[in-house]
Design a protein around this ligand. Sequence first.
Ligand code: CP
Length: 311
Amino acid sequence: MNFPHRHVLGIKQFNAEELNFILDTAESFKEINTRKIKKVPTLRGRTIINLFFEASTRTRTSFEIAGKRLSADTVNISGSSSSVVKGETLEDTARNIEAMHPDIIVMRHGASGASDYLATRLDCAVVNAGDGTHEHPSQALLDALTIRQHKGEIAGLKVAIIGDITHSRVVRSNIDCLNKLGADVRICGPKTMLPPGLERLGCRLVSNLAEALTDADVVMMLRIQRERQGKTLIPSLREYSRYFGLNENNLKLAKPDAIVMHPGPMNRGVEISTAVADGSQNVILDQVENGVAVRMALLYLAAGGETQSED
Ligand code: CP
């Protein structure tokens, strides 16, 4: 199919056919990651700049590995080591980087809409690696690929997403992605962590964990994002864990073959017990593995979907 998008800013820009096309492209790249020589010439001669203004382990590493496995030249810049600390604006930073002729800028930023802002000002492709509480499209896509891997078909699945919903960009991208792919999404968390109007995104709010877990095919746990909370929104972590934490007992409410997901980083003993995080139903490291393939697909498509060229 013809992929008409220059930038990857959010799941909102894609329809179901395009989402499936990205997942199929990622699927085709997966095998490269298990070869002895994990490198293909697809993006040889292309330059990718990973510009991360927020901490990241999985996303930054996997975008870098994805670029390298496609033979692109990748450069990593973190906010703390850039001239932003001297007062340079995001736009000036990006324009200076663009003057070095990268093909793609992959950016994580604490401000919602930062990637959209750059995309309207730069000529090179922009890939959103997470912007504030807005979107994390590559995470939703790797989650969808993992669900597809374990369940075959996403349409019709009951997916429970539980945790700090207000501050999660992962949940916004996931609700949109899973809805478009035909899943039935239910959301659960403390009232203080549920933003008003969430149902408009196409999910069902459920008030307690037991209701969220009952008959779920997929259980996705999210961490409390204390770094984004202006004030404490729960009495204590112990209480949170008691009412909203996933453990071996309440997981029995989900379907026996339900899979347990977490985008990471996990807070063991808070939103998920160690027994469940390491248990037989967890697919958490499959998510990480699929993250490389999904990011290979996104870089490939953002580069125009072409193989190496001398132009
Ligand atoms: N899931 C995720 O975005 O993890 P990192 O913050 O480590 O990139």
